[in-house]
Write a protein that binds this ligand. Structure first.
Ligand code: ZN
Length: 246
């Protein structure tokens, strides 16, 4: 079974379509979504409709889905994120808002090897920033392989023989990570708002049969997404950051 793994689409329809085009050739059988379908971008309804139409095998919510659906106030968000999520709440159709509100909270076990979460297995809103966060996440997980999102950075860690190493040290894409002994914590990157300095859309594929995680990057028409953000009256910073991947 091969799973396409998408995270942090953030209402960026052009990036989502580019990823789905690229993934068609890879290919995959089932879809996993690690949260933050909406927030920041100008096409929350189109993105939610597209994902729903693909009948994903599993979708968990992200912090922006939670606030965008009105389940939580936006107090924890910075000024730009708050402006965007208020816009998102108003823009969402009742049906899509209800659908987002009913998304399960991670972590979610997918098979004997894999579980997925948005932030970390112990807290959906926490960011994996340092080695302590990585180790705590691996300890809290029910599975040896965890795929996560939230940081918008393509990165993977491996803990084996009490040594923590980077599974994504090779910056070439696509990257094939063969899951060996030990624990793995891998972020396939953000589809709609990368923050690792590479503006191309990030995504992953998990091959359950061969126990391999593949990490990809694909270009998309960023100027179109920027125009959508400006036309919607969303903060200009949200358009500009897409061009630099920050
Ligand atoms: Zn996000």
């Amino acid at each position: 079974m091969r799973y396409l793994v998408l995270s942090d689409v953030h209402a960026n329809l052009e990036a989502l379509e580019a990823v789905l085009d690229a993934a068609r050739e890879i290919p995959y059988e089932r879809l996993l979504v690690l949260g933050d379908l909406v927030g920041y971008g100008a096409d929350p309804n189109a993105v939610v409709d597209r994902i729903r139409g693909l009948q994903p095998h599993a979708v968990i919510r992200g912090n922006h889905d939670k606030v965008g659906a009105g389940l939580e106030p936006s107090d924890a968000f910075n000024t730009v994120a708050r402006a965007a999520i208020r816009w998102t709440y108003e823009a969402l159709s009742d049906d899509n808002r209800d659908w987002l509100a009913e998304l399960p909270t991670g972590p979610l076990v997918i098979d004997d090897l894999l579980e997925i979460c948005h932030g970390t297995p112990f807290d959906e809103d926490m960011y994996v920033f340092d080695d302590a966060d990585v180790l705590r996440s691996m300890q809290a997980a029910d599975r040896r392989l965890v795929l996560f999102g939230h940081t918008h950075v393509q990165v993977g860690y491996r803990l084996a023989n009490q040594s923590l190493t980077l599974a994504t040290a090779d910056v070439r894409r696509p990257l094939h990570i063969a899951i060996g002994q030990g624990h793995y914590l891998i972020n396939p990157g953000s589809v709609g708002q990368p923050r690792d300095g590479d503006p191309r859309a990030g995504f992953g594929v998990y091959d359950a049969g061969s126990q391999v995680v593949e990490i990809y990057r694909t270009p998309y028409p960023i100027e179109q997404t920027q125009a959508r953000i400006r036309d919607a009256g969303l903060p200009e910073a949200l358009a500009q950051r897409l061009a630099i991947g920050r």
